[in-house]
Ligand binder design. Structure first.
Ligand code: ATP
Ligand code: MG
Length: 377
């Protein structure tokens, strides 16, 4: 077991493509860390550097207390599950899972055919590990099948099984659920969480899906353009994003942003204005440009009385589009030139095209500096 740390790691492709820019990130032993960010932000590159498939241009990459920049991939004791995993089509599920182990532990042809006591013991050990992993992933009844006789989700689990049997120091997973349908994705997500709990192996998991990040990560590291924006527990990233990028990226539907300024101790967004809770540091920005942020679930239908409604926190908006999702409704609102999204209790029974009163939970307001986009709190 081991932790992994990026110390001032930069990766430049060609002359000037800075895929990863001065990354400092410490992943603790046994931790489940999720790297999340939009396409092209450097997630795969970061992962491939840990695996040794890509060389860092600058900085020190540590696994445990060893600097591994110059350690060849095969000696790093890492198992990687790629987005586009490939199974050997001519081999059974069993052989697919056992293949890497055999290659590693029954080195060379001699061992494979040997009937010595030592070879026998290794083979028994491999057999036990394959069966244990297959059981864990609920594919133990499929061991004799070939990949073409499996569903997509079963194949994905075989690919995971192949990584699990290795019992590596570190698991690297690059969007391993991307090929699964929505239901299987949620199911496998839960399986991976359980697997991590059972095996306790340091896992670094890459996704561009913020829901996956929030649900799976013990901590999540949000990246943008090769730069680490914030690394913390999911709740912290969600409730206290360090800047507008993180605030907008984590959370679905995304946080609403309104441009405006602080004027007379209030947020003034032109067509809409809100009070500011007493003592909030944004009050020191009087007269300055700020972005106001409020999450869709912190907006309420005023008539339901779910939060106190005052002149300070209410606004009038037109319900442009309403999506009824069963447990909640998503309402797309317009207020003058502003658009806002609200997640509402279906009891509101709103109708598209009508004008209604809404209220926000002022304590859940976010403010970002109008110039730097850094959170003011
Ligand atoms: N071999 C390469 N040569 C040149 N540029 C590359 C190479 N690999 C990646 N890049 C560039 O580096 C940046 C980061 O790529 P990377 O694959 O790490 O992104 P990512 O975050 O994994 O994105 P995605 O979510 O789309 O998989 C991108 O701008 C990409 O075009
Ligand atoms: Mg990628």
């Amino acid at each position: 077991m081991a932790g992994v740390s990026f110390n001032n790691i930069t990766k430049i492709f060609g002359k000037d493509v800075k895929a990863v820019n001065n990354l400092n990130l410490e992943i603790n032993d046994k931790e489940f860390m999720v790297l999340v960010g939009p396409s092209g932000c450097g997630k795969t590159t970061a992962l491939r550097m840990i695996a040794g498939l890509e060389e860092a241009t600058e900085g020190d990459l540590m696994i445990g207390s060893t600097r591994v920049n110059d350690v060849p991939p095969k000696d790093r004791d890492i198992a990687m599950v790629f987005q586009n995993y490939a199974l050997y089509p001519h081999m059974t599920v069993y052989d697919n899972i056992a293949f890497g182990l055999r290659l590693r532990e029954l080195k060379g042809f001699f061992w494979q055919i040997s009937h010595s006591a030592e070879a026998k013991k290794i083979k028994e050990d491999i057999d036990a590990r394959v069966k244990e992993a297959a059981k864990m992933l609920d594919i133990d009844h499929l061991l004799h099948r070939k990949p073409k006789e499996l569903s997509g989700g079963q194949r994905q689990r075989v690919a995971l099984g192949r990584a699990i049997v290795r019992k590596p120091k570190v698991f690297l997973m690059d969007e391993p659920l991307s090929n699964l349908d929505a239901k299987l994705r949620i199911q496998t997500r839960a399986e991976l969480i359980r697997l991590h709990r059972d095996l306790g192996i340091t896992t670094i998991y890459v996704t561009h899906d913020q829901v996956e990040a929030m649900t799976m990560g013990q901590r999540i590291a949000v990246m943008s353009n090769g730069v680490l924006q914030q690394c913390d527990e999911p709740e912290v990233v969600y409730n206290a994003p360090v800047n507008k990028f993180v605030a907008g990226f984590i959370g679905a539907p995304p946080m609403n942003f309104l441009e405006g300024k602080i004027s007379g101790g209030k947020f003034d967004g032109g067509d809409i204005s809100f009070a500011i809770t007493p003592g909030h540091p944004v009050l020191a920005h009087e007269g300055k440009k700020v972005t106001f942020g409020i999450r869709p679930e912190d907006i309420y239908d005023a008539k339901l009385g779910l939060i106190p409604v005052t002149a300070e926190n209410k606004f009038t908006a037109t319900v442009d589009v309403l999506e009824k999702l069963g447990a909640e409704d998503t309402a797309y609102l317009t207020v003058g030139a502003h658009n806002m999204t609200a997640t509402l209790d279906p009891a509101a029974r709103l109708e598209m095209g009508t004008v209604n009163e809404f209220a926000i939970d002022l304590a859940k307001s976010h403010f970002f500096d109008g110039e730097t986009d850094i959170a003011i709190r």
